[in-house]
Design a protein around this ligand. Structure first.
Ligand code: PEP
Ligand code: MN
Length: 277
C-alpha cells in the first residue's frame, strides 16, 4: 500500500495481516461480526442510565457506553458523576450482561475506571495526550481510541502506536468526525477513514455517527453508511428522554429510533456478508 507517510510498525497491517480481534466479555471486535455500542452521552442518574441501558440491550447493543468523567467545553456544564457514575455503570451491566466503555481523561483515573469497566475510552480531545496514551498502554484493558478532531490519519495511527508500544495490543480505533470549514454539522464524519484505516492497520475500526454529525436525524444515515464502508462497529448516543439530556441530547437517539435503526443495520450487514452480533 502506497501512502505519503510511513505507517508505524506496531499498528501496521503487515505485522498482522489477518487483523486484530479485541475480545470483550465474549464479544469480538474486528472479526466478521459487527458490534454495536450504545448508551447515553453521560451517566446522569440511576433512572436515566438503567432505562436507557435496558432498552439498548433489548435492541441488540452488546456494549454499553456512558461517560462518568466528561470532557465539557464549558467548565459550567455538567461534568459527570465521577465514581458514582462508574458504580451505576457496573451495576446495570451486571444485570444486562453488557460490557461497558467509559472515558478516562487523566492518568490518575485509569486505576479507578479500570476497576469498574471493560474498555477505557480515550476521547478526541485527549488523542494526543501522550502520558495518558502511555499509561493506557501499560494497562491490560482494551482501549477505545477516538480520532482527534484535528488529527490526520497519520497522527491517529501514531497515537495508537503509543499504546501498542507499551504492550497493549487491544486497541479499537474510532472515527468520530473532524473539524472542517463545514458548519452545518457538528463535525465532518470522515467515512473515508474507515477503508483507509482498515487498509493501513490491523486494528478494529468503529464509527461514532453521533459526535460525527451532532444531529439526531442524521445519525441513522451515517450509521448505515459506516457499516457499508466496512466499519467493525458503531458507538452511538441513546437517551431515554433526549429532550431532557444534560449532555448531547440533540444528537441522541430515542430508544425507539435506535430499535428501528438496528433493524436496518442488520439488513446492511447481511448485504455485505457480515452480521450484527
Ligand atoms: C464521548 O464519546 O463521550 C465523547 C466525548 O466523544 P469525543 O471524544 O469523540 O468528542
Ligand atoms: Mn457526547
Amino acid at each position: 500500500m502506497k501512502t505519503n507517510f510511513n505507517v508505524p510498525v506496531k499498528v501496521n497491517r503487515s505485522t498482522k495481516p489477518d487483523g486484530t480481534i479485541v475480545s470483550v466479555k465474549g464479544t469480538d471486535l474486528g472479526g466478521k461480526g459487527i458490534v454495536i455500542i450504545a448508551g447515553p452521552c453521560a451517566v446522569e442518574n440511576r433512572e436515566q442510565l438503567f432505562a436507557t441501558a435496558r432498552s439498548v440491550c433489548k435492541s441488540g447493543a452488546r456494549i454499553l457506553r456512558g461517560g462518568a468523567f466528561k470532557p465539557r467545553s464549558s467548565p459550567y456544564n455538567f461534568q459527570g458523576l465521577g465514581e458514582e457514575g462508574l458504580k451505576l455503570l457496573k451495576e446495570i451491566s451486571m444485570e444486562t450482561g453488557q460490557a461497558v466503555v467509559t472515558e478516562v481523561m487523566d492518568t490518575r483515573q485509569i486505576d479507578l475506571v479500570s476497576e469498574y469497566t471493560d474498555i477505557l475510552q480515550i476521547g478526541s480531545r485527549n488523542m494526543q495526550n501522550y502520558p495518558l496514551l502511555k499509561e493506557a498502554g501499560k494497562s491490560r484493558k482494551p482501549v477505545l481510541l477516538k480520532r482527534g478532531m484535528m488529527a490526520t490519519i497519520e497522527e491517529f495511527l501514531l497515537a495508537a502506536e503509543y499504546i501498542l508500544d507499551q504492550g497493549n495490543y487491544h486497541v479499537i480505533l474510532c472515527e468520530r468526525g473532524i473539524r472542517t470549514f463545514e458548519t452545518s454539522t457538528r463535525n465532518t464524519l470522515d467515512l473515508s477513514a474507515v477503508p483507509m484505516l482498515k487498509q493501513l492497520s490491523h486494528l478494529p475500526v468503529i464509527v461514532d455517527p453521533s459526535h460525527g454529525t451532532g444531529l439526531r436525524w442524521m445519525v441513522p444515515s451515517m450509521a448505515k453508511a459506516a457499516i457499508a464502508a466496512g466499519a467493525d462497529g458503531l458507538i452511538m448516543e441513546v437517551h431515554y428522554d433526549p429532550e431532557k439530556a444534560l449532555c448531547d441530547g440533540q444528537q441522541s437517539l430515542s430508544p425507539d429510533e435506535f430499535g428501528i435503526l438496528m433493524a436496518d443495520l442488520r439488513k446492511i450487514a447481511s448485504a455485505i456478508g457480515r452480521e450484527i452480533l
